[in-house]
Design a protein around this ligand. Structure first.
Ligand SMILES: Cc1cc2nc3c(=O)[nH]c(=O)nc-3n(C[C@H](O)[C@H](O)[C@H](O)COP(=O)(O)OP(=O)(O)OC[C@H]3O[C@@H](n4cnc5c(N)ncnc54)[C@H](O)[C@@H]3O)c2cc1C
Length: 398
């Protein structure tokens, strides 16, 4: 790793802002940010980074925020940037890097993740979609579900079974898929919020070039683990400024409604809001500490701490917000916009409450996070796994 320091990164960022302009368009600004090595400072030079310590990315973000640059990776291309970038960087060839990395960061190509299937969410390693080799191509058949943003995506990360005769974790392979390939059918699914954020994706004899394989044939579980570890950090690793994010919605509502509450509701609610503010601050500081200790490379199982804590805290904050709103919280906007909301800041309070129900499911449920932390961080006895050593095609299925 090179010896870039905080001051140098700060100066490089202000130079970037001076040269490109804080009000430049998304693709123009982020393209220049990538070329300057300030997209992911820990990435290699020439590939969006400077081989600097990962914690220095927050210096870039602070400077961008202060200058009024508002492009947020988690809004622009959450799956592409949160999970696609690190997976492609880790397992892709130089040609694949050149084709995809920068366009993922600029948001020119939206990406989706096609792991879950109707009977295989938590047990994703048991998935049934098949890919069969045909010369320089693979032919894919099967179905994915809950595929966020598939209806907007240029590319997808696909996990499929290439060998049904070996135990489930060993027979998987991982491909980059052009989402416009013939034979892919995408059907949006409506959520409780009224948005269609995710989809069913059907594969009917879809042909994927062999060169789109990430990792070796049969090594898909290892590649998928990289994606999943990064997903948990992307979902649970936000370190927005103190008092911002979800807790800001609650404190702002409290400031308006709190003074009008009669006793004892006022004291009880003040206690609940204060506790949640403190918990948010603890989580924020824990995330900053984790980032300061992060080394170059992909995160490990400890990334599940932030995912688990933020998902459950988020739900508690929105529950309290609904209690403070009272009957008004039952009012929702009409309509089913077939769209994806740009984030909590643009959603109504009641819709944000509904959306938060997914937090403890998406990216792995809270039960699965507890299993991972118990087994892989705390070293507790493992979950019961009777099918781990059995060839996949001998595992009973419904
Ligand atoms: C908003 C949203 C977006 C999503 N986006 C994507 C996406 O883009 N791509 C994608 O591939 N998937 C996506 N998913 C799917 C998500 O990863 C799965 O829903 C999740 O992993 C749970 O799987 P499941 O729904 O099949 O539930 P199941 O696995 O059937 O779980 C049902 C219940 O059993 C519990 N359970 C299961 N196994 C265990 C165990 N071993 N120990 C203890 N408890 C257990 C679970 O915690 C849960 O409470 C998304 C989901 C949501 C809600």
């Amino acid at each position: 790793m090179s010896s870039h320091g905080e001051q140098e990164i700060r100066e490089r960022t202000t130079t970037l802002i001076d040269q490109v302009g804080a009000d430049a368009g998304q693709v123009e600004f982020r393209s220049a940010q990538w070329d300057a090595g300030l997209a992911m400072v820990q990435y290699p030079e020439g590939k969006g980074g400077l081989e600097a310590p990962p914690k220095l990315q927050s210096v870039v973000q602070d400077e961008l925020r202060a200058a009024g640059v508002r492009y947020d990776s988690m809004v622009i291309n959450p799956i592409g940037i949160g999970m696609g970038l690190p997976t492609v960087l880790t397992y892709g060839s130089d040609e694949i890097h050149d084709k995809h990395l920068k366009r993922i960061f600029t948001g020119e190509d939206i990406w989706c993740q096609m792991f879950s299937e109707p009977s295989h969410g938590s047990d994703v390693a048991g998935l049934a979609s098949r890919a069969v080799r045909d010369g320089d191509e693979w032919i894919v058949n099967g179905q994915k579900v809950w595929t966020s943003l598939a209806h907007y995506s240029a590319y997808g990360m696909l996990l499929v079974r290439t060998d049904p005769d070996v135990p489930k974790h060993k027979g998987l392979s991982y491909f980059i898929v052009d989402m416009k390939s013939p034979g892919i059918e995408i059907r949006p699914l409506y959520q409780i919020t009224g948005d269609a954020e995710f989809n069913e994706v059907f594969f009917n004899d879809v042909r994927i070039p062999h060169e789109n394989l990430l990792g070796a044939v049969g090594d898909g579980w290892r590649v998928a683990t990289t994606t999943l570890m990064n997903e948990r950090v992307a979902l649970g690793g936000s370190s927005a400024p103190r008092g911002s994010g979800t807790i800001a919605a609650l404190t702002s509502l409290w400031n308006k409604r709190g003074p009008e509450l009669p006793e004892p509701q006022h004291s009880i609610m003040r206690d609940r809001v204060s506790r949640l503010w403190i918990e948010s601050e603890i989580l924020r500081l824990t995330t900053i500490r984790a980032r300061a200790n992060a080394t170059v490379g992909n995160p490990g199982p400890e990334g599940s701490v932030g995912k688990l804590a933020s998902a459950e805290l988020n739900q508690r904050i929105w529950n309290t917000t609904m209690d403070l709103l009272g009957p008004e919280g039952f009012l929702h906007e009409p309509g089913y916009p077939l769209d994806r909301s740009a984030g909590a800041s643009s959603m109504s309070l009641s819709k944000s409450f509904l959306r938060s129900q997914a937090n403890t499911i998406e990216g792995g449920t809270s039960d699965i996070m507890r299993n991972i932390l118990g087994e892989r961080v705390l070293g507790l006895p493992g979950d019961v796994r009777v099918d781990k050593a059995v060839p996949w095609n001998e595992i009973p299925s419904s």
